[in-house]
Design a protein around this ligand. Structure first.
Ligand SMILES: Nc1ncnc2c1ncn2[C@@H]1O[C@H](COP(=O)(O)OP(=O)(O)O)[C@@H](O)[C@H]1O
Ligand SMILES: O=C(O)C1=C[C@@H](OP(=O)(O)O)[C@@H](O)[C@H](O)C1
Ligand SMILES: [Mg+2]
Length: 456
């Protein structure tokens, strides 16, 4: 189906622009590690947002040191020519031990995420995760409860997970005066997931500190669906996972009408605190919201939905080109994956078989970030497709009068009639959409409009 439409402007220019974009991204990953004053030390780092964040905060160049071998990591900590390091899995403990001086939190918990080179050359180990979580918590309580951290005094907070991050989170909650219950999947009576509702149904806040729900196994939740809604005292949910932007837990909470936020603000806030320590100055704390907002805008996918033939493919392709993002047409992706068009699949195996495969194709792209995606018109026929989009995406409905819809090669429109399809689907498109756009008359016009409405 690729190439069904003729698109005029310069494909070469687009390719060049995309290549330039990649070059910028590469530069953001920093210079050769040994030359950078700042950086991140970990085992396998993959794609990290830290170089981008610290660049905005003024701690730049910032390099990635992926050193799986503890001996190499210790060597960098002891003898590297750096001013500041962040530390992540699996070296937080090693960093705490190898430092010359430790803050009380690091002394108590034995894990550091920030190393600071002091003026006299010694290494200070600190942990800015509690600061980052306190920042997230404070904003959350202000936004949703109209209160500060004192709201937690005398209330119960449940923390999922018992690892290092749970200690940072637990310490902040305890300090605010909450009664903290830390539970884990393998915890015994009162400390497990199985009896969560009975044991802790009165908790006002629930925080996930486990990696369950993290990319690429997403959207997933550490808790079975329905549990949150059964916890009668629950007023808020936080998940420190930030990729996807909305985890399964966050989506479940919102479905149950409970305010919920992910961990992106914590990620940026802990980085800001590290940058303050390295630079020895106070930074503007409004930077946290600004940087988190930019990261969120850049990584959100844009999904086009709407009636078959309304112009999703054309508008999405043009928008992708305008904002230099990868474009995915799910019908094309389907064809590449299964070797036949959706129309051929529906004709041979029927609609149900097509829908199963369509959901699998959507799942693969929904976990990705920064895409512009044209869905097939029937994407709303499967309820589970909604969160595959929502986890990382903004959903845009294109609305075009039924008598103007294209009918070429649209088997379901032909079989059932456009009115019947519309009666079934229009309410769903409207319900799923974050934004409804009335078609302007050209795919180009639609793309320009969506771009400006989404601020891309
Ligand atoms: N906004 C629009 N106004 C008028 N015609 C359009 C518009 N967008 C697309 N078209 C035409 O309608 C047809 C269907 O567009 P397409 O993008 O394939 O729709 P969809 O992906 O929603 O099924 C194409 O032939 C295209 O040229
Ligand atoms: O409406 C539908 O059920 C369908 C729409 C088509 O996509 P377009 O909406 O892009 O035509 C394609 O996925 C398939 O033929 C089924
Ligand atoms: Mg299409």
């Amino acid at each position: 189906m690729t190439g069904r439409e003729v698109i005029a402007p310069a494909a070469d220019a687009v390719a060049e622009a995309l290549a330039a974009g990649r070059a910028v991204r590469d530069a953001e990953q920093g210079p050769a590690p040994e030359d950078a004053p700042y950086g991140l030390l970990g085992g396998a780092l993959g794609h990290s947002w830290s170089p981008r964040i610290h660049r905005e905060l003024g701690s730049f160049p910032y390099a990635l040191h992926a050193l799986p071998d503890p001996a190499d990591a210790a060597d960098l900590v002891r003898s590297g020519d750096w001013r500041g390091l962040n530390v992540t899995i699996p070296h937080k403990r090693l960093a705490a031990e190898a430092a010359d001086v430790r803050t009380p939190f690091v002394e108590a918990h034995g894990a550091a995420n920030t190393l600071v080179r002091l003026d006299d050359g010694r290494v200070l180990a600190d942990n800015t995760d509690p600061w980052g979580f306190a920042f997230l918590l404070d904003g959350f309580l202000r936004r949703h409860m109209g209160a500060d951290a004192s709201w937690l005094r005398g209330r119960k907070a449940v923390v999922l997970g018992t690892g290092g991050a749970s200690e940072a989170v637990g310490s902040v909650l305890s300090e605010a005066g909450a009664e903290v219950a830390r539970i884990s999947r393998s915890g015994g009576p009162g400390h497990g997931y199985g009896t969560l509702v009975e044991d802790h149904g009165d908790a006002a806040l629930l925080v996930n500190t486990t990696p369950v729900g993290m990319y690429p196994a997403c959207p997933a939740s550490p808790l079975p669906a329905g549990i949150l809604g059964a916890m009668e005292g629950l007023r808020g949910v936080l998940d420190i996972v930030y990729n996807p932007l909305r985890t399964g837990l966050v989506l479940d909470a919102r479905d149950a009408g409970i305010p919920a936020e992910g961990g992106l603000v914590m990620l940026v806030a802990q980085a800001l605190r590290s940058s303050e320590l390295w630079q020895g100055v106070g930074l503007d704390h409004d930077l946290v919201g600004r940087i988190a907002g930019e990261l969120e805008r850049g990584s959100m996918n844009v999904f086009f939905i709407g009636m078959p033939g309304c112009g999703k493919t054309g508008a999405a392709r043009r928008l992708a080109r305008m904002v230099q993002r990868p474009f995915v047409d799910l019908d094309d992706a389907f064809e590449m994956e299964y070797g036949e068009t959706p129309a051929a699949c529906i004709a041979r195996d029927g609609e149900a078989a097509f829908r199963d495969r369509e959901t699998a194709v959507l799942a693969a792209h929904g976990a990705d970030t920064g895409l512009v995606v044209a869905c097939g018109g029937g994407v709303v026929c499967r309820p589970e497709n909604r969160r595959l989009m929502e986890q990382n995406g903004t959903v845009v409905m294109l609305d075009r009068p039924l008598d103007q819809l294209s009918r070429n090669d649209r088997p379901l429109t032909a079989a059932r009639g456009v009115e019947a399809l519309a009666a079934e689907r229009m309410p769903l498109y409207r319900e799923w959409a974050d934004l409804e756009v009335r078609c302007t008359g050209s795919a180009e016009g639609d793309a320009v409009l969506v771009r400006s409405l989404l601020g891309l």
